[in-house]
Design a protein around this ligand. Structure first.
Ligand code: JFZ
Length: 415
């Protein structure tokens, strides 16, 4: 029996050396906000999966189109909230597995402009508002489209066909899908593409290398997530937190604030700010990013608990962000029993210390001399003690740092 879980690292078919430059903003960004917004938020049910899993009939699911007003959808306020959280990029669901596009696609009738009372493009104003604030704009796009007549149907339906048995039908689907990708690329020029649903078909069936090439031809600096059957730029260990440092250079943990991606009123299992900040700093200490999800209500307003979470995160980042943004992964395990990061020039170590820590923090195996130890947000230097230093040896000894409670953060202090 295993006492621990890992996560399966995706196969990577892109040479990291060739994408290093364009990946720099992503490596420095650390925090992104994921937005799952779609007609599923009208009834507050599972995005797409509810009809796929037959919890609701397909017609009843699509009836939500009629109730999708987006009349409280305020892209400027949303972008402001995202900016305030400290996030440097946001990823918006342009189309989920249900096939409902959030822009006025000329490919097929199923979009919120043509089919809902919202009657307008929901992407453009958000992307503009984000960019106006220096926040990168990402597009989530589901490769799967369970509403399209040429797609091999719902997973559980007997109508599902094999691509190899109906190549012409599949080719029609790919034309449609690529048409939508062209529209998104031309109209919004995403800084990042967040593909989803690649598991239903192989790289060959998706034509994944061609999709990648096409998007890069529109924008050579665009970043593509890992869910393109290995033809993406970074890894995505969803919900499962990696217990050791992933060996692919760039990765992003995506996570919900409660237990669902989209808005669901009965789900009140919200993580606490402490939990989110510890997950966030843990990810950063392993060299990764956190993509934290919010699910606007059907009318577009953001649930108050999520607004509050983003504000708490923002306040924490304002005070402690020096230890997070533009840093690199911290010390290998064994030096310190917790998360740490390093400044890019390797002159500063940042230690993350949970609130109300009464025992002195212990750091082992430091090589360099110490200039100063302090808590972010406080000017008073901390006193510390070196134990076990042998005068004639290069072994640096143990460093003990007591942290007065008066100087501690209410969630996680950065030393
Ligand atoms: C997918 C979607 O099906 C889901 O609705 C949501 O949009 C989420 C962000 O992405 O779900 C997944 C995809 C991959 C894993 C788990 C759920 N995974 O790799 O563990």
């Amino acid at each position: 029996t295993m006492l621990y879980t890992g996560y399966a690292q995706a196969q990577h078919r892109v040479n990291p050396d060739e994408i290093k430059e364009k990946m720099q903003w992503f490596a420095d960004a650390k925090l992104g906000i994921f937005i799952h917004y779609g007609i599923y938020s009208v009834k507050g049910i599972d995005e797409s999966w509810s009809f796929h899993n037959k919890k609701i009939s397909y017609p009843d699911y699509m009836n939500q189109l009629k109730g999708f007003t987006a009349n409280q959808y305020k892209p400027d306020e949303l972008a402001e909230l995202i900016k305030e959280s400290g996030a440097r990029y946001a990823v918006m669901t342009t189309k989920h597995h249900d096939g409902v596009a959030l822009w006025n696609s000329k490919y097929g009738p199923l979009n919120v402009v043509k089919k809902t009372p919202a009657k307008r493009d929901l992407l453009k104003p958000l992307y503009d508002a984000l960019r106006a604030r220096g926040v990168k704009a990402g597009a989530y796009f589901s490769l799967i489209d369970w509403s399209h007549a040429d797609y091999p149907g719902f997973l559980k339906d007997s109508s599902r066909y094999q691509v190899s048995s109906q190549p012409a039908k599949w080719a029609k689907y790919l034309t449609f899908m690529n048409g939508q990708l062209d529209e998104l690329a031309k109209q919004y020029n995403p800084d990042l593409w967040w593909f989803d649903g690649d598991w239903e078909h192989s790289a060959e069936e998706w034509n994944a290398p061609a999709v990648r090439q096409k998007l890069l031809s529109y924008n050579p600096n665009t970043i593509i997530n890992g869910r393109l059957q290995g033809f993406g730029d970074y890894d995505t260990p969803e919900q499962n937190f990696p217990v050791s440092r992933p060996n692919y250079k760039w990765w992003e943990l995506c996570m919900t604030i409660n237990d669902n991606w989209g808005y669901q009123p009965q789900d009140t299992n919200f993580k606490t700010p402490y939990e989110i900040i510890s997950i966030f700093t843990d990810a950063v200490s392993y060299g990764g990013n956190l993509l934290l999800d919010i699910g606007p209500k059907g009318d577009g307003s953001i649930p108050p608990q999520e607004v509050n979470m983003l504000k708490e995160l923002g306040a924490w980042n304002k005070k402690n962000g020096e230890g997070v943004f533009n840093t690199v992964a911290g010390m290998p395990q064994g030096h310190y029993y917790g998360a740490s990061t390093l400044s890019k020039d390797s002159t500063t170590v940042y230690l993350f210390v949970p609130a109300k820590t009464s025992a002195p923090v212990l750091v082992k195996g430091l090589k360099n001399s110490i200039k100063k130890i302090s808590v972010l947000g406080s000017d008073t230097p901390l006193t510390y003690k070196i134990v076990g230093k042998i005068s004639w040896s290069a072994v640096p000894g143990l460093l003990y740092i007591p942290i007065p409670e008066s100087q501690q953060d209410k969630y996680i202090s950065v030393i």
